[in-house]
Each structure stands twice: as structure tokens, then as C-alpha cells.
Design a protein around this ligand. Structure first.
Ligand code: 16G
Length: 241
């Protein structure tokens, strides 16, 4: 499998070979690959060389380690385009995945200063705060906190937010959602976030804040979310002109 005469380092050849075996589904996504010992025997190299190859693949996000359980093949990331303004429900359905939400809480509370400012509300106005875990095919993908003005959406119910908020806003309320401004930055999962998302603390997350506007120019939501960086990547087209 490896070419010992090649100028390419052995660990590099192993990395390429593992990638190949993932591509042809000999090593399946979500399943464990053979142990370091087994790999060092089958490749006829030292365990140190295998370890270096595996570490590189872990750093690239192609494999992940679970303490005491082994090394697994990562799932393919969801590539989310940044051009269109879509809802989580629409995104998952368009991929043939099943969207679900676990509602952590739905409360009416006094808006934090930053939120009332973004929603163009007077200070200490009431807002609806929705905390949800968003699932795709029963796998947790993101933690999402949504703030909406109570005055605009006085009749929100648990049933609505367990399904699609954008459906309710557009179909039930008849508003036209027009645009959003979105910020994305890297963060590290704390214990609580890791627990909610079923990942290890210390793993990378993508922290996203979205401010969205209706066609009359008024802001209608502020959304603060953390997406699993091992399951998501964002893509965009750009034009030089
Ligand atoms: C997406 C949006 C969020 C919106 C939600 C509505 C991002 C980062 N966030 O999660 O702003 O509130 O969709 O989804 O894209 P829903 O209609 O399924 O409730």
C-alpha cells in the first residue's frame, strides 16, 4: 500500500491512503478506523508514524478521537451557502434531512439593552426569548437563541417555535422577510454547550449572530447561535469588480 522508495514521507502516504479508504467507503463515516497497533502492522511502519498521520487527519477534521473508544471517521460537513437568507427548516428540507427542534425555553422578558437597540425598541421593552437546539436527522447541529419583539409577535406558542418560526412570520402573520446582517466567528465549546450539542468541551464552534429585517425596513429578530464546526462550513461566491 505504501511506497518505501518514494520521497514522500511515510506519514503523508498513510494520510492519503486513509483518505482514499474513506472515499471508497472501506472506512465508513461515523465508524471507528482500526487501532494504531493494527494500522502500524498493516502498513508495516512504527506506531509513531501512524500516530503522526492520524494526528494530522484529526487536525484537519477528517477523523476525530474519543477517549477510550478509538478514532472515528468524521461526517461530511454541511456546506451552507451564505447568499440566500433561509431558515433552518428550509435548509434541512432542501438537503433531504429531517429538521427538528428541542425547545429549551420560551419566555417573555425585559430586553437586554443591546437587544432592544438592535430591534429598535425602547429600553426595557418586552421581548420573546426562544432557546432551541436545532437537529438534523436527530443529530444536534446548533444552539439558537432568538429575540423577537412581543408587540410584533404577541401570539407565539411553543408549537410554533418547535416547528418553523419563518413559516409563522411569513404564512401566518403575512410579513415579508427581506434581509439580514450576519456575523460569524470561531469560539470554543464550554461544558454546557458541549453537553447540549453532544460534542466534547473544547471543540470548535461557529458563533453566529443574525439581525433580520422585514420589507418595511424594521428589524424583527436578533438570533445568537452556536453551530458545530465539525458539521458545518459556510461558503460564498464573490465577484471582483
Ligand atoms: C436559521 C437562522 C435564524 C432563523 C431560523 C429560523 C442562521 C444563522 N439562523 O437558523 O436566524 O431564526 O433559521 O428557522 O441561519 P425556522 O424557521 O426553522 O424556525
Amino acid at each position: 500500500m505504501l511506497n518505501k522508495q518514494s520521497p514522500l514521507p511515510m506519514y503523508y502516504q498513510i494520510e492519503e491512503n486513509v483518505k482514499q479508504r474513506i472515499a471508497n467507503e472501506e472506512f465508513k463515516r461515523g465508524e471507528a478506523i482500526p487501532s494504531e497497533r493494527e494500522l502500524s502492522e498493516s502498513y508495516e511502519v512504527s506506531r509513531m508514524t501512524v500516530r503522526q498521520a492520524i494526528t494530522n487527519l484529526v487536525n484537519e477534521g477528517i477523523l476525530y478521537r474519543r477517549k477510550g473508544r478509538g478514532t472515528f471517521v468524521a461526517e461530511e460537513k454541511i456546506a451552507q451557502p451564505l447568499q440566500g437568507m433561509t431558515s433552518f427548516t428550509e435548509d434541512m428540507k432542501s438537503r433531504g434531512m429531517k429538521p427538528e427542534s428541542r425547545l429549551l425555553s420560551l419566555q417573555i422578558k425585559t430586553a437586554p439593552a443591546e437587544i432592544s437597540q438592535k430591534l429598535h425598541l425602547e429600553s426595557s421593552s418586552q421581548v420573546v426569548k426562544i432557546d432551541r437546539i436545532r437537529y438534523a436527522d436527530q443529530e444536534p447541529m446548533a444552539i439558537e437563541t432568538t429575540y423577537l419583539s412581543v408587540r410584533k409577535f404577541p401570539d407565539l406558542t411553543e408549537d410554533i417555535v418547535k416547528k418553523s418560526l419563518y413559516d409563522y412570520i411569513e404564512k401566518d402573520k403575512g410579513y415579508t422577510i427581506e434581509k439580514a446582517t450576519q456575523m460569524i466567528e470561531a469560539v470554543i465549546a464550554g461544558e454546557k454547550q458541549a453537553d447540549l450539542l453532544g460534542v466534547e468541551a473544547g471543540q470548535a464552534l461557529l458563533h453566529i449572530e443574525r439581525n433580520s429585517y422585514l420589507s418595511d425596513g424594521s428589524p424583527f429578530e436578533v438570533v445568537i447561535s452556536d453551530y458545530r464546526a465539525d458539521r458545518y462550513k459556510f461558503i460564498t461566491d464573490m465577484f471582483r469588480g
